[in-house]
Design a protein around this ligand. Structure first.
Ligand SMILES: C[S@@+](CC[C@H](N)C(=O)[O-])C[C@H]1O[C@@H](n2cnc3c(N)ncnc32)[C@H](O)[C@@H]1O
Length: 294
């Protein structure tokens, strides 16, 4: 269903102890959580959060017999509120494994994949009425569309593509992934290379997903509050899959390292091996950074 990325390295660097209070802010299908639970004793606590109801339901069944597991349908940006509910002031270990689960990517209905015909939705929180990719494509101004594709998709030559979107949506609303893929095909030159075509589609879909779910804003919000919720000698592990995500994490580490509030656990960023990346394409761009609270 979902192969956890850099699983052993993450667990090793988090150094889970039996009485730890752990937050897995991106529960997914419980891959990392299951391993962390093996190291926790009866006095340890695990708090799991996810905004995807399907992931949460799956984990509720998976961990139903574990008395020390507390699961919430909440964003990791709401970590403070969750800890207040549980009357916990500070936690010792935190994990964020950002991005999409394979289950979400492979969904036939949620519009995350350019290879599956589905409505342009892309909300990770499927219970919400928030912004959808369809609204972005059909309502954003030309300048805003360019910003999204350039900043989040790293598509620096997207003017023709955006022009074509605006032209097509005047005739009829762009409703599904196939219609968007048709516009991509008309807008970029792939040099007859399937690899280039796939990369371009992935960049377009990634940019929309990041905007729909406000992914970078969420990371910033989380990093702004995490120092107050995290006890000395506690560790924070963040797995990123996008260069801008990693940049935000690096900036946070540099700033608070200078202030003497945190130190790096891994001096060199951890990345997947060639063999692992071959087994799990999603893992290719993964970067793991772990820091300790001083
Ligand atoms: C890469 S998956 C995590 C996989 C998990 N570590 C595992 O091994 O199964 C990322 C998960 O984070 C969730 N997610 C994304 N943004 C979130 C947010 N702001 N708050 C909570 N969960 C979020 C997604 O719904 C998805 O299930």
């Amino acid at each position: 269903m979902h192969i956890p990325v850099l699983l052993n390295k993450t667990i090793e660097l988090l150094d889970i102890q039996p009485n730890d209070v752990v937050v897995d802010g991106t529960l997914g299908f419980g891959g990392h959580t299951s391993e962390m639970l093996k190291k926790l004793g009866a006095q340890g606590v695990l708090i799991g959060l996810d905004i995807d109801q399907a992931a949460l339901k799956y984990c509720e069944t998976l961990f139903k017999d574990q008395k020390n597991v507390f699961l919430f349908h909440k964003s990791y940006t709401q970590i403070k509120e969750v800890l207040e509910t549980l009357k916990i002031a500070k936690v010792s270990k935190i994990l964020l494994d950002l991005g999409l689960s394979s289950y979400q990517l492979d969904s036939e209905t949620r519009g995350f994949s350019f290879q599956k015909e589905a409505s342009l939705d892309m909300r990770m929180d499927d219970s919400k009425k928030g912004l959808t990719a369809k609204e972005i494509i059909n309502q954003y101004s030309e300048a805003d569309l360019e910003r999204v594709f350039r900043e989040y998709g790293e598509l620096y030559n997207c003017q023709k593509f955006v022009g074509n979107i605006v032209h097509m949506r005047k005739k009829a609303l762009i409703m599904n992934t196939t219609e968007l893929v048709d516009i991509i095909k008309k807008s970029f030159y792939f040099r007859n290379k399937r690899r280039v075509y796939i990369k371009t589609c992935a960049q377009v879909f990634q940019a929309l997903r990041i905007e729909v779910n406000q992914e970078f804003e969420n990371i910033k919000q989380f990093l702004d509050q995490v120092l107050d919720l995290w006890m000395p000698q506690g560790r924070l592990a963040i797995l990123t899959f996008h260069s801008l995500e990693d940049k935000l994490v690096k900036k946070f580490i540099r700033e608070y390292e200078k202030k003497g509030l945190i130190k790096r656990v891994n001096k060199k960023v951890e990345q997947t091996t060639y063999a692992d990346a071959k087994k799990n394409v999603r893992a290719r761009s993964a970067k793991l950074r772990v820091v300790e609270r001083i």
